[in-house]
Design a protein around this ligand. Structure first.
Ligand code: WQD
Length: 337
């Protein structure tokens, strides 16, 4: 019998790419919940087009405990949950901290309460490299002690991990993994699915591709005076399909050998500056987007990259795609949008 996996935020960027990996795997059947606060149901049509498979969809806010309970009452056989649904913009969180705390923490707590009632076995939580804060010694391992969270967004992930860990310790029979994504970018290689926030994008790659296509006039490189090789921030960009694939491996791991609670970094190990990311885009697309060099953005860390040894061993996972492939896939998607 197939295992039913609930994907929250399934119409979102990483959620929709993960739906593809799950639907293409004969072990799973999928239900998605998404309130479309920053996504469109069109993403579901694209997932169906790519996989040829259908799945159930629900639209409500997981901060609504009654709606969440009603959903779980109607679906007693959910085996595992992948919880993507959350806000994820560093600058938006600086502008609206209460919105970020109530959405990201409130939905997690409601979901965990329902998980106990329904005897869910496995949970995967979307965490973020932003939990580490500003670290001097790179790359970061899962053992690297956290520095101060630089944004409310980052703090929702620090708190989310802690809530989950405490919950797992107090709740026999449930296992969980927090996956710390570095910077997921790129799009499905078909060009049919990619990042399509309905709100104004704040992430670098959609800003690059939209500017290159003339949908946006220009963007700003935030900070040129960081202590890095070219003065701009360093991030570890990782292809969204690599990230999606890791979720399926993490589900298998939870089912077999995983400890009751664990955390894993998901990155490539390569630190890339903002200016290097733009240069890669220019190389693969042949287009030079207009940008200006500007001041630092509040909430940013200077540099971060992942030590990948733990995830390589635990999940036998290694990112497949390089930066140029990430940029080319994002560009193909933007032109198809
Ligand atoms: C990348 C770099 C900006 C916009 C993201 C996600 C978060 C997460 C971690 C997981 C930074 C610079 C950006 C612009 C710029 N984890 N930039 N001009 O903040 O690293 O966080 O990764 O999923 O969810 O949001 O990503 O794409 O906003 O920024 O110069 O207009 O690009 O300063 O150095 P960030 P980002």
């Amino acid at each position: 019998m197939k295992q039913t996996i609930l994907v929250t935020g399934g119409a979102g960027y990483i959620g929709s790419h993960t739906l593809i990996e799950l639907l293409n795997n004969p072990t799973y059947e999928v239900i998605s919940i998404d309130n479309h606060s920053n996504s469109s149901p069109d993403a579901y049509d694209r997932v169906k087009q790519i996989t040829g498979k259908s799945f159930q969809q629900y639209a409500f806010n997981l901060c609504d405990q009654e709606a969440t309970n009603a959903f779980f009452d109607a679906h007693p056989n959910i085996h595992g949950i992948i919880h993507f649904a959350a806000f994820k913009s560093v600058p938006d969180s600086v502008a609206d901290p209460l919105g970020y705390y109530s959405n990201n923490i409130g939905s997690l707590i409601n979901l965990l309460k329902a998980a106990v009632k329904n005897k869910i076995k496995n949970i995967i939580f979307s965490s973020s490299c932003s939990v580490y804060g500003n670290i001097n010694q790179l790359p970061v391992t899962e053992q690297t002690p956290f520095e101060k969270a630089e944004s409310p967004y980052a703090y929702t992930k620090v708190a989310g991990e802690r809530i989950l860990e405490d919950f797992i310790r107090a709740t026999p029979g449930i296992k969980a993994i927090a996956l710390r994504y570095f910077n997921p970018v790129g799009a499905h290689l078909s060009g049919l699915l990619g990042e399509s926030p309905i709100n104004k994008p704040t992430n670098l790659v959609p800003l690059i591709t939209r500017t290159a296509l003339g949908k946006i006039k220009s963007f700003t490189v935030f900070g040129t005076d960081y202590n890095t090789r070219d003065g701009s921030c360093i991030r570890d960009y990782v292809h969204v399909s690599d990230i999606a694939n890791a979720h399926v491996l993490a589900l298998e791991h939870l089912e077999t050998t995983a400890k009751t609670y664990d955390v894993l970094n998901l990155g490539t190990g390569n630190g890339v500056s903002v200016l290097e990311a733009i240069a890669s885009f220019e190389k693969v697309s042949g287009v030079k987007p207009t940008y200006t060099l500007g001041p630092r953005r509040a909430g940013d860390v200077e540099a971060i990259s992942s030590d990948c040894s733990k995830v390589e061993k635990a999940l036998h996972w290694k990112a497949k795609y390089n930066l140029d492939e990430m940029m080319l896939s994002a560009w193909k998607w933007e032109q198809n949008l």
